[in-house]
Design a binder for this molecule. Structure first.
Ligand code: PXL
Length: 300
C-alpha cells in the first residue's frame, strides 16, 4: 500500500486540512499518516479561533520517524505554522531523496495573506517548491510566489470570450517560470479554483502546456476545497493517474460537493458536505454518481 505523510493543520470546525484530506485519501486506498502542524478550534475564517502551533512536536515527530524506522512514499504539505516546520521539512526531504513531495503552499487567498502570514513565508515556500514534484497554489499564492500582480491577472482571467485570451497568455507567463522552480523530477503545477462569473477554472501546466479545466460555478467559494483538491490529486497521481486525469477527478468531486452543500443549505464557512459523497460505488470519488450533465470539460 502507498504510504503518505500528511503534514497540515487539524482544524476542529470548518471542514478543511487534515479533517477532509484524511478521509478522501483513505477512500482512494492510500495509507495517510497525519502529522499536525497546528491545532485550531476552527479554521481562521471564523473569528475568535483558538490556535496552537505544534512546531516543536512536529520537528520531533519527523526525527522520530527515522528512529522508529518509518518510511514514506510521499509527503503532502499544507498549512505550516512557522519557518521551523518548513526548515525541518526541507532537511527531511534532503535526507530522504526518494520521497516524493506534493506541495499546497497555503499562505493566502483572494489577494490577501492569511492571519499571521506575510512575505517572510516566500523564501521557504520557494525552497519547498524546489523539492516538490507537483504544487497546487491558488491564484493568489501563485502570484505571490511568481511576483505577479494578482488584481490584474485575476481580472484578466475573470473575462470570458475573446478578451479571455490575454488572461490565458498572462497565466502562461506566470506558470512557465513558476514551473521551473519545481524539482527536475516533477514540474507540474495546478492553479486551483480560479473564479469566473459562471465557471471555476483549474489551470493545469505540464511540460510547457497549459490545459484549462472548466466546471460550473455553483454558489460562493468555500474553505477546504483547495485541501480536497490537493489530497485527491496527490492520491490519484500516486496511484498512477496522469496529471490531467488527477485534476479532473479532483475538480469533479469538489464540484459535486459544492452542489450538494448548496442544496443542503450548508453555510459556506462550514466548508463542503463531502461526507455523503464518499460512499463508494455509488457517488464516491471514483463513483458512478457523477451526474454527467455538467461534467468538467477541457479547453486547451
Ligand atoms: O483551507 C485553507 C486553510 C487551512 N488551514 C487553516 C485555515 C485555512 C483557511 O482559512 O484557516 C487553519
Amino acid at each position: 500500500m502507498i504510504h503518505l505523510a500528511l503534514c497540515n493543520d487539524l482544524s476542529a470546525v470548518g471542514r478543511c486540512s487534515i479533517a477532509v484530506q484524511l478521509p478522501v485519501l483513505s477512500a482512494l486506498g492510500i495509507e495517510a499518516s497525519p502529522l499536525p502542524t497546528a491545532v485550531l478550534s476552527s479554521h481562521t475564517g471564523f473569528s475568535g479561533a483558538e490556535a496552537e502551533g505544534l512546531s516543536d512536536f512536529f520537528q520531533r515527530a519527523l526525527s522520530a520517524w527515522d528512529r522508529q524506522g518509518f518510511r514514506f512514499d510521499a509527503l503532502l504539505l499544507g498549512y505550516l505554522w512557522d519557518s521551523g516546520e518548513a526548515e525541518a521539512l526541507l532537511s527531511y526531504l534532503r535526507e530522504h531523496p526518494g520521497t516524493r513531495c506534493f506541495l499546497d503552499p497555503v499562505m493566502a487567498d483572494h489577494g490577501r495573506w492569511y492571519q499571521n502570514m506575510g512575505e517572510e513565508r516566500l523564501p521557504s515556500m520557494r525552497a519547498l517548491l524546489k523539492s516538490s514534484e507537483l504544487a497546487f497554489p491558488n491564484l493568489t499564492e501563485a502570484c505571490f510566489l511568481g511576483n505577479f500582480d494578482y488584481p490584474s491577472l485575476s481580472k484578466d482571467l475573470w473575462e470570458s470570450g475573446s478578451s479571455f485570451d490575454s488572461g490565458r497568455k498572462r497565466a502562461e507567463e506566470l506558470l512557465r517560470p513558476l514551473c521551473e522552480l519545481l524539482s527536475p523530477e516533477g514540474k507540474g503545477l495546478i492553479i486551483t479554483g480560479i473564479e469566473q462569473e459562471k465557471s471555476i477554472l483549474n489551470a493545469v501546466y505540464e511540460k510547457g502546456e497549459l490545459t484549462l479545466l472548466y466546471g460550473e460555478r455553483v454558489g460562493e467559494g468555500r474553505p477546504g476545497t483547495g485541501d480536497l483538491f490537493s489530497a485527491i490529486a496527490a492520491g490519484s497521481r500516486l496511484s498512477g493517474s496522469s496529471l490531467i486525469e488527477s485534476a479532473v477527478l479532483s475538480a469533479d468531486f469538489i464540484r459535486r460537493c459544492i452542489k450538494r452543500s448548496e442544496e443542503g443549505g450548508e453555510p459556506p464557512l462550514r466548508g463542503v458536505l463531502f461526507e455523503e459523497l464518499l460512499r463508494l460505488g455509488e457517488s464516491g470519488i471514483r463513483g458512478e454518481g457523477r451526474d454527467g450533465n455538467d461534467d468538467i470539460f477541457k479547453d486547451r
